[in-house]
Design a protein around this ligand. Structure first.
Ligand code: URA
Length: 285
């Protein structure tokens, strides 16, 4: 949660106000100076998505499962890249002939407003030549500090899940559907997802893994373009063909490790999912 402190007259009442914000769960200041949100909302000339804007859920159905600290939101994959930023991203991503070109293009891309509040760009960790790709949601605080996906608490559980099926970061590729941390870990907006998605799709096309695993509901919805929550999605398999690619890739979704940290009983289902992932990886079907 974010605090927005405006001047309240004297130092002791400002400190009391700050203490109240902290007690209410605000753990982060995201700007040097206070902003007038009421003025922002009435400014109809604003054309760019603010990183602080609340997510708008197409269809409005909340999904039941998401990472902790992220509001669960139903997100549909856009059928075409219509915003100027998403259009730019699609053009840039399509022009990347190699994985190295793509990483450089993502690092240089300034079209996603999340980059303004993020510390680092997190593109990937693991092995780009690996036969399996795990695609999570968005960097959290630790990932934002280090510029690597899944290196916080949820990442440590993901590592254990990989170990359970004989994998590690030398034999798996790990990325996210967003390359920048949403402030305060809020849910990404459909605009932010649509802007990053061309890079995500090109990444899948260039890596061409044997198996693609979407980690958590936000990534499954974004990549599969579905509105079903993760509880319905996990355990089912699809063939996913990234835009502009000839190759269809077996793909599935699993519970996010951050969710499993909160609901350890669900690890039983995840174990089944992991065994099937391993079976498909070995069998290659
Ligand atoms: N959660 C994610 O989905 N991705 C990360 O990189 C970290 C936490």
């Amino acid at each position: 949660m974010r605090a927005n402190l405006t001047s309240v007259g004297n130092e002791s009442s400002t400190i009391e106000l700050l203490a109240w914000h902290v007690a209410s769960g605000a753990d982060e200041a995201i700007a040097d100076s206070p902003g007038n949100r009421f003025a922002e909302e009435s400014d109809s000339r604003a054309t760019r998505a603010s990183p602080r804007r609340k997510p708008v859920a197409p269809g409005g159905q909340p999904s039941s499962v998401s990472a902790p600290g992220r509001r669960a939101t139903a997100i549909a994959r856009p059928t075409s890249f219509t915003s100027p930023a998403a259009h730019d991203a699609a053009r840039i991503a399509a022009a990347c002939a190699t994985f190295e070109d793509l990483v450089a293009a993502i690092m240089a891309f300034d079209g996603c407003a999340l980059k303004e509040t993020a510390t680092k760009t997190c593109v990937y960790d693991g092995n780009p030549a690996a036969p399996i790709m795990f695609m999570g949601e968005a960097p959290g605080a630790e990932e934002d500090r280090r510029g690597l996906p899944f290196v916080g608490r949820a990442g440590r559980l993901l590592d254990q899940m990989l170990t359970a099926i004989g994998l590690d970061r030398t034999s798996a590729y790990i990325s996210n559907v967003l390359f920048w941390r949403p402030p305060g870990n809020r849910a990404p907006t459909p605009d932010e997802i649509a802007t990053c998605l061309p890079f995500v799709e090109r990444q899948v096309a260039l890596i061409a893994p044997k198996v693609l695993v979407l980690v958590g509901g936000i990534s499954a919805k974004a990549v599969f373009g579905i509105s079903d929550g993760i509880t319905r999605q996990r355990g089912t398999w699809r063939t996913y063909r990234p835009r502009g690619s000839e190759k269809s890739i077996p793909a599935t979704a699993i519970f996010h490790p951050a969710f499993l940290l909160r609901k350890p009983l669900q690890k039983r289902e995840s174990w089944r999912d992991l065994l099937e992932i391993k079976r498909r990886l070995v069998a290659g079907d």
